[in-house]
Design a binder for this molecule. Structure first.
Ligand code: GRE
Ligand code: ZN
Length: 331
């Protein structure tokens, strides 16, 4: 399929590059190059895979791993400026989502406003919870001090991508002797689905029903678990003890979108489409951690209807990020 849009695809700046190094020396020269490059290999690979537009974002954990909020804000601002500058000459092929200093909800709201209004960005991508100075417990964004931040996201009418991050040191004992489970194998999905469920349970979407959150990796396991989460030993008639008014699945189908990033499995895609609807699923690669060719070859041949392929491969993202027609050429 030609004309695909991809939206969980990363770059790095010199300040954040080191966060992607743990993959090992054997891939680092290539990975480093792929994270910094925009106009050479990245565009060639997009062309070869039938990808017209990439909505680019910073690597992980980057800003969310900087405990000092002023420093986090500075690094975010510099990274957002670099991203805007890199793509300025190719707005036909690239769009951008903002990195945000979530350690401080006011600074995060201000940076998002700047990125959308001044730099023409079309949303935010945040790498899970944030480390904060003076606390061993990272902060999740369902807590009350983030409500005004979410109001800003709603007012700007842009989607917010909740992307995974590596665990903080305090949780590492859970993986003792099994470091292979850290990252895309398991911990990313566990941490990110927990965060999404916290947002749901907090009643955030009752307060801001128009808020739209994107999850990668085909929903971090939630499509598979959603029935069980709501069912919860149904015959015992023990309702959820949460602030939210509706079932988890009601918010999932009204306030969430999923991407195929790094999860190129047709049974998982069909499960996601069945649970959330084809209008809320979008193609993505997770470049440079995954390959364009793996993603495109799988997606272009997956056993789904051609109408779903077009929606998931292109039009859902154009609509959600308002990249179509007049909106796009105005950027
Ligand atoms: C990602 O950004 O999705 C990612 C990482 C690190 C390892 C794998 C991965 O940041 O998919
Ligand atoms: Zn990613």
């Amino acid at each position: 399929m030609q004309g695909k849009v991809t939206l969980e695809d990363h770059f790095a700046t010199e300040a954040t590059l080191g966060d992607s190094q743990p993959f090992g020396a054997h891939v680092w020269p290539e990975l480093r190059y792929r994270l910094l490059d925009f106009h050479d290999q990245r565009l060639r690979l997009m062309d070869a895979a039938g990808v017209e537009i990439m909505i680019a974002s910073l690597n992980a954990p980057a800003i969310q791993g900087i405990a000092n909020s002023q420093r986090a804000a500075e690094v975010a601002r510099a990274a957002n400026d670099i991203l805007a500058e890199q793509i300025a000459s190719r707005r036909d092929r690239f769009a951008a989502v903002a990195a945000l200093p979530m350690q401080d909800p006011e600074l995060a709201a201000r940076e998002l406003q700047r990125c959308v209004r001044d730099l023409g960005m079309c949303g935010a991508l945040v790498n899970g919870y944030s480390q904060v100075e003076g606390s061993n417990v990272p902060i999740h964004y369902d807590v009350t001090q983030y409500r005004s931040f979410w109001r800003t996201v709603c007012d700007l009418d842009v989607p917010f991508y909740l992307h995974p991050r590596p665990p903080v040191p305090g949780t590492l004992p859970l993986y003792e002797g099994h470091s292979w489970l850290l990252g895309p194998t398991w911990s990313f999905a566990g941490d990110t689905s927990l965060h999404a469920l916290r947002l749901i349970g907090s009643g955030l979407f009752d307060e801001y029903p128009r808020l739209q959150i994107i999850l990668g990796h085909l929903g971090e396991g939630l499509p598979f678990f959603i029935w069980r989460i709501d069912n919860r030993n149904n015959w015992m008639k023990a309702a959820h003890k949460y602030a939210a008014r509706k079932r988890v699945v009601d918010y999932f189908r009204s306030n969430f979108h999923l991407t195929t990033s790094g999860h190129f499995s047709t049974p998982a895609l069909v499960n996601a489409i069945t649970e959330i609807g084809p209008e809320r699923v979008m193609f993505s690669v997770d470049y440079p951690f995954e390959d364009f060719s793996d993603a495109a070859e799988w997606f272009d041949n997956a056993q789904i209807s051609e109408a779903d392929r077009l929606a998931i491969g292109r039009t859902n993202a154009l609509k959600l990020f308002k990249l179509g027609g007049d909106d796009r050429s105005a950027l």
